[in-house]
Write a protein that binds this ligand. Structure first.
Ligand SMILES: [Zn+2]
Ligand SMILES: [Zn+2]
Length: 92
């Protein structure tokens, strides 16, 4: 699916997101699904398994394909950030 620059602010159509899309942000667009954050589009295309090793907030090391990912949104001043957090099986 093509990656475009959002011409206007909107809403991500990914089922698990629904977050804001900012004007000028890179998004994936298709007529069927509308605009989605790149991270949301790739998450929906692939499985929802965690594909990278990471560290859970409890400190446990999480191996690839174990645990789950949670999308976290933070606003730092004027910049808006999205980050996938890894959760281990106990915390998920
Ligand atoms: Zn999204
Ligand atoms: Zn944990």
């Amino acid at each position: 699916m093509p990656t475009i620059v959002a011409k206007k602010a909107g809403t991500c159509t990914a089922a698990r997101c629904g977050g804001r899309i900012l004007q000028g942000e890179f998004v994936e667009y298709s007529a069927a699904t509308g605009t989605r954050h790149l991270v949301c589009a790739s998450a929906e295309q692939g499985s929802r398994l965690n594909l990278r090793a990471g560290r859970c907030r409890c400190g446990a090391q999480v191996a690839p394909r174990e645990g789950s990912l949670v999308l976290k949104e933070t606003t730092l001043g004027t910049s808006f950030q999205k980050k996938w957090l890894v959760l281990c099986l106990r915390c998920a």
